[in-house]
Ligand binder design. Sequence first.
Ligand code: BTN
Length: 252
Amino acid sequence: MQQPRYSRVAIIWSLKEYDCVPSTQSTLKDLIENNTELPEGIVIHAKRQTNGYGRHGRVWEQGDGNLYLSFLVKPKCSLDRVGQLSLLTGLALSDTIDKYMPAQKSTLKWPNDVMVNNKKCAGILIEAAPIKDNRCEYFIIGVGVNIKSAPLDIATSLETHSTQGIDVKEFRDIFLSRFSEIYNSWQIYGFEDIHAKYLEKTYERDTEISVKLGSKHIEGKFESIDMDGNLLLMCNEKIKRISSGEIYATSN
Ligand code: BTN
């Protein structure tokens, strides 16, 4: 069957490189504050961060030779599809990581941590602009990848699992190009294919998990991820739909 032609072009990336910033997220936010017309595709890449942060306000540790990146996207979508943006970013990152590890595949821990050998090697933080008319004008996507070092024991670095040294800028460019490909396909054809690919890579498949929601924990069996990016958890023979939380532990 002939595929319809793409009606959008790939994102045009515009790169700003820094030696050291407090956080690539806050650097990009400052730029946006001073110029609300900034186009999609601005990328902030820093060799070091002094105040990097992750989801739930946690510190994102600095490790030498790792990737610290934030970029601006302005998708044409309503707010209920933001969960999809988060999953597709994880998929693009996992696909990029897999190119460097022929013997092993990375997995995706909901919503978008990338795991290698049961340890986290990359994290994604998505921050939204203030909401107007159930739309969000832009999103800032932050990506941290442990390429050369793993700052914490519970984490791992890609070079530990790769047969080759990894050039951070080459990794960045491959990731941005894969992100652009998946993002473009999402905007044109929707989420179905991306959702199927994400599910193939889920870390939690067939496991009992504990999910942290605020100060509470809910236990259950991982069932699936729905088309809006929610986690579906089987608890006491009922499906619970969870839109945001953190998977704490898994056991087979
Ligand atoms: C997480 O797993 O909690 C998400 C971590 C996101 C970290 C990245 S590093 C680049 C960008 N700048 C930041 O301060 N945070 C994100």
